[in-house]
Design a protein around this ligand. Structure first.
Ligand code: ZN
Length: 212
C-alpha cells in the first residue's frame, strides 16, 4: 500500500480508537473516584507516580490518584506528616530544612501536614479526600514555580493578611479545578462555593449541566 495512505489510515485509526488522548488534562472527567474501582491499580499508580513519595497507606491511593492529575508533580519529593496538632486540618508547604532552601526547585521537598484524627479529612468520602489532596497539590504546583525568597515573603503575607489569604486559597481552588478536581469540589467544596465552582468549570470548558 502507498505509504502516504497507510499513514493517513493509521492516524484516522488513532483518532477513532483513542479519542480521549487528544484531550487536554483540563478535561479530566472522573466525577466520582471510588476506592473499589481503583484499589487494584495501586501497584501501577505507585510505579508511575510513587517515586520520591512517602505517603501513609491510608491515604496513598487517594494521593496517587490526585498526583496523576499533575504530571509535572510526578517526580517531586513529597512527604506526609501526621501531627498531633496542626493549625489547619490539612496543609502543604515546602520543608523548612535549610538544605531545602538552597536546593534547586526541582529537588525541594514538599510536606503535607495532616492533623491526627481530623474529621475534616477522615469523615469525607474517598472522592472528597481525592479532592482535598488535589487542593493541597495545587499549592505545591504553585510553590514549585516560585523562588525560595518569594515563598518566604508570601508565607508571611499569608499569615498576616486575611484578604491575601482568601484570594490565595480561592486561586488555589481554581487551579485545582483546572487540573480536573471540579467534580470533587462540587461534592465537597473547599474554599469557593458550588455556584462559583460550576461557573468556573463552565468558563474553562467543562461540559456541566446547568439549570435554565
Ligand atoms: Zn489551601
Amino acid at each position: 500500500m502507498n505509504h502516504f495512505i497507510t499513514v493517513i489510515i493509521f492516524k484516522l485509526l488513532i483518532i477513532l480508537v483513542f479519542p480521549l488522548s487528544a484531550q487536554s488534562i483540563k478535561n479530566y472527567q472522573f466525577k466520582d473516584y471510588s476506592q473499589k474501582e481503583f484499589e487494584d491499580s495501586l501497584e501501577t499508580l505507585r510505579k508511575e507516580f510513587g517515586h520520591r513519595k512517602k505517603i501513609p497507606l491510608k491515604f496513598e491511593l487517594q494521593t496517587l490518584i490526585a498526583i496523576s492529575h499533575y504530571l509535572e508533580l510526578k517526580n517531586i519529593r513529597l512527604k506526609f506528616k501526621i501531627k498531633k496538632k496542626n493549625v489547619f486540618p490539612i496543609s502543604a508547604r515546602p520543608g523548612f530544612n535549610p538544605l531545602n532552601f538552597f536546593r534547586s526547585r526541582k529537588n525541594r521537598q514538599y510536606l503535607i501536614f495532616m492533623e491526627e484524627g481530623t474529621s475534616y479529612v477522615l469523615n469525607r468520602s474517598f472522592n472528597g479526600q481525592v479532592g482535598i489532596i488535589g487542593h493541597e497539590l495545587a499549592h505545591i504546583q504553585y510553590y514549585k514555580g516560585i523562588s525560595s525568597w518569594r515563598l518566604i515573603k508570601e508565607g508571611i503575607k499569608y499569615t498576616k493578611n486575611a484578604a491575601f489569604r482568601k484570594k490565595f486559597e480561592e486561586d488555589t481552588d481554581k487551579k485545582a479545578i483546572e487540573y480536573g478536581f471540579g467534580w470533587q469540589f462540587l461534592e465537597f467544596p473547599i474554599y469557593i462555593n458550588p455556584e462559583e465552582i460550576k461557573e468556573y468549570m463552565l468558563k474553562i470548558g467543562y461540559p456541566i449541566e446547568t439549570e435554565d
